[in-house]
Each structure stands twice: as structure tokens, then as C-alpha cells.
Write a protein that binds this ligand. Structure first.
Ligand SMILES: Cc1cc2nc3c(=O)[nH]c(=O)nc-3n(C[C@H](O)[C@H](O)[C@H](O)COP(=O)(O)OP(=O)(O)OC[C@H]3O[C@@H](n4cnc5c(N)ncnc54)[C@H](O)[C@@H]3O)c2cc1C
Length: 255
């Protein structure tokens, strides 16, 4: 859909309540086959895996799913993954996985998986981290924590929304910045180990957050933070110290 609208996206059989969005209990408990159709490298350690899931009923940006791999002997491994694609990508979902050293599931995806392979998925899950597109969103992520935030950014673009959305993302270096080619003026990147053209390097700090909090949109920001436990603690402290109300910070932790 490309027309200009700020309508709230409401997938079928779901309803919104303040602060929390109900999860469709039927799709949340039903395993569906997802067929891998494409693999795209994002960084040396992360790739996007595109799946056809014909009966996928849609999701809200920020939601995740449960993925199950089953071996020939019946051994199964399940992991949670955020959905990277926009809800308008009907019948398809995209996941972006970091290759974790020695990781069972991410290792299989990065070294074995080929287009045509099938896995099982169940979801979408978690209404709390979802962004329906109805309020200004301040997104803060690190590493693969940017994945659910990218679904929000893609949704914002696909619907040409007017509601303010800003993204502050941290990565080790420009090469390790996931989705680097897709960012626009809404995004500020912070590099912790190496930057280009002598730009400063270091941990996300108060000075990175301050400009966003100074620019208060009508109704204020709803903040969404995603990353490791350590990053989530650090980023939420920065936001609270900069004046963001605690009850308007939503956090998703990857491990
Ligand atoms: C809600 C949610 C959403 C998530 N979304 C994403 C996503 O979009 N993309 C993504 O790449 N991951 C995501 N994760 C993490 C994902 O679920 C797995 O934990 C990750 O892929 C590792 O699984 P594995 O089977 O490869 O490693 P495992 O075999 O489970 O672990 C191998 C080793 O790596 C360590 N380890 C496990 N996970 C991590 C990690 N994340 N970082 C560093 N070391 C680790 C383990 O302690 C162990 O020593 C998400 C997690 C949650 C809870």
C-alpha cells in the first residue's frame, strides 16, 4: 500500500488496548511451514532470510515469532526471532540472524540453509513491543537489536506516514551496521570500535540521546529499545536521565 495515511494498522482478529496489543491466540499456537526463498548478506556476520508463509495472517512491526528446526531423528531446536519485514509484505516474512559462534540454529542458517529448505514458525508473538504506527516512535537498538526496529521503519515508509519516527542505532563499525543501505535522515548511527573519516568512536552516550529528547513531538515519544541485556539497561538509563518517562519505554532483550 502506498497512499499517504496515518491510520493505525490493525491486522485481522486483533484489537488494541492501551499499552498492550492482543496477540491472536490461534496463530500464536499454530505451527506453519515457512519455505526459504532468498538469503541476503547484510554484514560479515548477519544475513536476512526471506520465507514464503502463505497462511501468515500478518503482524505488527516489532513482534517476533518462534522458529523450530527439526532434524531427521526428530531432535528439535526452537528460538525466538524478531520479524524484520513490513506487515504489508503479504505471504512473506523476513528474519535477520546474527551468526552466533557455535550457535545451533543461527549456525544452521548461516552454513547449511539453502532456498527451498523449510522450517516451522509460530506467531506473531508479544504485543508489548509492537508499534501500531499511531504514536511518535523513538527507536534505539544495537547489533541485531535493530531487526524489530527495521520492521517499524519499513512500515513507516511503506505507508508514507507523517507520525515522527527516529532511529538511534549502535554497531561496532560501519561494516557491521545491519541494513546500512536502507537508512535515511531519520537515523543516527553510533560506532563503538571504528568509524569512517575520523568520526568519533565510543559507546552510546547522553549526547547522542539529547537531540531526540529536545525534539518533543506532540504527545511525546514512545521509546522502543532492543539489544542485549547490557545494552538495554544502558540505553534505558540514558533515556530516563534525559527525561523520557519510564512508563513510555518498551524494551526487548535478545539474550
Ligand atoms: C524476543 C527475541 C527476539 C530475537 N530476535 C533475534 C533476531 O532478530 N536476530 C538474531 O540474530 N537473534 C535474535 N534473538 C536471539 C535468538 O533467539 C537466539 O538466541 C540466537 O540466534 C542464538 O541461537 P543459536 O541457536 O544460534 O545459539 P545457541 O546454540 O542457543 O547458543 C550458542 C552459544 O552462544 C551463546 N549465545 C546465544 N545467543 C547469543 C546471542 N544472541 N549473542 C551472543 N551469544 C549468544 C550461548 O550462550 C551459547 O554459548 C532473539 C531473541 C529473543 C528472546
Amino acid at each position: 500500500m502506498t497512499e499517504t495515511t496515518t491510520e493505525t494498522f490493525v491486522p485481522p482478529t486483533r484489537f488494541a488496548v492501551p499499552g498492550r496489543i492482543a496477540v491472536n491466540t490461534r496463530t500464536a499456537t499454530t505451527w506453519q511451514t515457512a519455505t526459504l526463498t532468498e538469503i541476503r548478506g547484510e554484514t560479515p556476520h548477519a544475513a536476512t532470510f526471506r520465507f514464503a508463509v502463505p497462511a501468515w495472517e500478518g503482524h505488527l512491526p516489532g513482534q517476533h515469532l518462534l522458529l523450530r528446526l527439526t532434524a531427521g531423528d526428530g531432535y528439535a531446536a526452537q528460538r525466538h526471532y524478531s520479524i524484520a519485514s513490513s506487515p504489508d509484505d503479504t505471504g512473506h516474512i523476513e528474519l535477520t540472524l546474527d551468526h552466533v559462534d557455535g550457535g545451533e540454529v543461527s549456525g544452521w542458517f548461516h552454513t547449511v540453509a539453502r532456498p527451498g529448505d523449510s522450517v516451522e514458525v509460530r506467531g506473531p508473538l508479544s504485543g508489548f513491543f509492537a508499534w501500531p504506527g499511531d504514536r511518535p516512535a523513538l527507536l534505539v537498538g544495537a547489533g541485531s537489536g535493530v531487526v524489530p526496529l527495521m520492521s517499524m521503519l519499513r512500515h513507516h515508509r511503506a505507508r508514507t506516514m507523517d507520525v515522527p519516527l527516529r532511529l538511534l542505532v549502535s554497531a561496532r563499525s560501519p561494516e557491521e551496521l545491519i541494513y546500512a543501505r536502507e537508512y535515511g535522515d531519520e537515523t543516527t548511527a553510533v560506532f563503538t570500535r571504528r568509524a569512517q573519516n575520523g568520526a568519533p568512536v565510543g559507546r552510546m552516550a547522553a549526547a547522542h540521546v539529547a537531540p531526540f529528547l529536545a525534539e518533543q513531538p506532540p504527545g511525546g515519544w514512545e521509546a522502543y529499545i532492543c539489544g542485549s541485556n547490557g545494552f538495554a539497561e544502558h540505553a534505558s538509563r540514558l533515556l530516563v536521565e534525559a527525561g523520557q518517562p519510564v512508563d513510555r519505554i518498551r524494551i526487548e532483550r535478545f539474550g
